[in-house]
Design a protein around this ligand. Structure first.
Ligand SMILES: [Zn+2]
Length: 192
């Protein structure tokens, strides 16, 4: 098996979808990302449990605890701390990010393709088309609207146009969130 970032050729198996993934937007949307929150993230695959991870959220980090083994070998306990970052949204509020523990890039998705959780780029994982489909389209629309609303032409915009675009932006953000929830329907959490 190729190591991290060794440029494994992409196949149907090696997509983000077939791996344990943690999406920060999804966690936040579900209310699992508040400081002091702890629980177990559980993944299902075809209705059967396919993994679980204990997590604890602090103000600046997400701490993960789980067991890992390779090809039926001995189980090892793994503890990983992932730093959290926030950036301001154009229209108020904060957007949350993981800091990838390997490359330190800001990312919304962490993948547990091997022992540790890293960003998609570190594991060289392509998105599966489904997520690029619904979620990608909604995100593209949101980005376009953000550009229009907050770009260099914003001062010449009529108030009613601005209001209409903000409405569309809220809808696009919602569509992006719904697509994520549909995509992660097999991931759920028991909160302690
Ligand atoms: Zn990374």
């Amino acid at each position: 098996m190729g190591g991290i970032g060794s440029g494994r050729p992409s196949s149907n198996r090696d997509t983000v979808d077939s791996t344990r993934c943690i999406d920060i937007r999804f966690m936040r949307r579900m209310g699992w990302l508040q400081a002091g929150m702890a629980g177990t993230l559980r993944w299902n695959c075809n209705g059967l449990p396919s993994g679980d991870i204990r997590y604890r959220v602090t103000e600046h980090s997400l701490n993960l605890n789980y067991r890992y083994r390779i090809n039926g070998g001995d189980w090892q306990s793994v503890a990983q701390t992932v730093a959290l970052e926030t950036t301001p949204c154009h229209y108020g509020g904060l957007r949350y990010w993981f800091t990838c523990p390997r490359c330190e890039r800001r990312c919304a998705l962490l993948c547990g393709a091997e022992r540790l959780f890293y960003c998609r780029q570190c594991y060289n994982l392509p998105y599966q088309t489904q997520l690029e489909g619904a979620h990608g389209r909604a995100c593209m629309k949101r980005n376009k609207l953000e550009k229009k609303l907050f770009g260099p032409n914003r001062r010449r915009m009529w108030a009613h146009t601005r209001d209409r675009l903000i409405n569309e932006l809220v809808k696009a953000e919602d569509a992006a969130n719904q697509a994520l929830i549909a995509h992660f329907k097999d991931l759920y959490s028991d909160i302690f």
